[in-house]
Design a binder for this molecule. Structure first.
Ligand code: IPM
Ligand code: MN
Length: 352
């Protein structure tokens, strides 16, 4: 199969980890007889530095023309503490999500047996954790009207959702649950927010009409935050809105012992983008210590999206082997002394 992939390495450790993911994709192409071609483009702080814009038109064009987008990381500390900055790297990511219609952000959280002892939680609590988050990605408070008063002392962000926005991601979550352990948990704040009450009503109606064979549970987001550390293995599919999903997915991401292990997919009706959950880790850039596994597994999710299931499996098997044999970057195995590219080499060799 031929696939055209837009590659956006982005900021911080982005370029280093993307390089390893490409190494793996090239190994897959050789082994399974595919042809992957890559068009590189800038997004984020690097794009601002070069063009003044976080998402240059050429990057958007390359992304729209591709079969999928592979994205590294975004963000640079020089923008973080400057509330007056007119452009921010993160705007690039928000803009590309909107422009490609990537309304569903899919974040699987799975523990690796070899790393249970690394978890900040007790091993017996974490054991068996395997859930997937369906976070709405192009609506809600992220994209609602924003205001700042003339005197700059009053500000607001509108959280708005429509039935159609809720339905399309809910269909995905219910469908995913049927292929897993058949349970969906809707996380909201329906005791306070009108928009959350709409979520509950729409999801309940959809459940009744099309998915009554799937278990449907509800949790308020504050309780969910607590449940996630008390008993993370109770969740199968989590369905939630944009901001709650952002927060809960960071909480979920550390359960397995390292945020450097978790991939994600952002999909819409026509386009898809794959990126690790973690950020740009600027302090670690250029040192060869960045964990490439989340990025490599994101490339694996891209292959699943292409219906290349055996190919995706080859990646997860090789990653499992790396972790089982202690081949990972220092934040996971401090005694190992493996660099970013050592980890990529090991995984690529095992695929070959
Ligand atoms: C994420 C990130 C983004 C978000 C930022 C970088 C805009 O935190 O993908 O979770 O808030 O969605
Ligand atoms: Mn986030």
């Amino acid at each position: 199969m031929k696939k055209q992939i837009a590659v956006l390495p982005g900021d911080g450790i982005g370029p280093e980890i993307v390089q390893e993911a490409i190494k793996i994709l090239d190994a897959i192409a050789v082994k399974f007889g595919h042809e992957f071609t890559y068009s590189y483009a800038d997004m984020g702080a690097i794009a601002i530095d070069k063009t003044g814009e976080p998402l240059p038109a050429a990057t958007l064009e390359a992304s729209l023309e591709s079969d999928a987008v592979l994205f590294g990381a975004i963000g640079d500390p020089k923008y973080d503490n400057d509330p007056t900055a007119k452009v921010r790297p993160e705007q690039g990511l928000l803009a590309i999500r909107k422009a490609l219609g990537l309304f569903a952000n899919i974040r699987p959280v799975k523990t690796f047996d070899a790393l249970l002892h690394q978890s900040p939680l007790k091993e017996e609590r974490v054991q068996g954790t395997d859930f997937v988050m369906y976070r709405e990605l192009t609506g809600g408070i992220y994209f609602g009207e924003k205001t700042l008063s003339e005197d700059q002392n009053t500000a607001s962000d509108l959280c708005k959702y429509t039935r159609a926005e809720i339905e399309r991601i809910s269909h995905m979550a219910f469908t995913a649950a049927r292929k897993r352990r058949n349970s969906v948990t809707l996380i909201d704040k329906a005791n306070v927010l009108e928009s959350s009450r709409l979520w509950r009503r729409v999801v309940t109606e959809l459940h009744k009409s099309e998915y009554h064979d799937v278990e449907l549970r509800f949790l308020f987001v504050d309780n969910a935050a607590m449940q996630m550390i008390l008993a993370p293995n109770q969740f199968d599919v989590i369905l939630t809105s944009n901001l709650f999903g952002d927060i809960i997915s960071d909480e979920g991401s550390v359960i397995g012992g390292s945020i450097g292990l978790l991939p994600s997919a952002s999909v819409g009706a026509r386009h898809a983008l794959f990126e690790p959950i973690h950020g740009s880790f600027p302090q670690g850039a250029g040192k060869g210590i960045a964990n490439p596994i989340a990025m490599i597994l994101s490339a694996g999710m891209m292959l699943t999206h292409f219906d290349m299931d055996d190919e995706a499996k080859a990646i997860t098997t090789a990653v499992d082997l790396a972790l089982a044999q202690g081949v990972c970057t220092p934040e996971v195995f401090p005694e190992g002394n493996y660099s970013t590219s050592d980890v990529g080499d090991f995984i690529a060799k095992n695929i070959a």
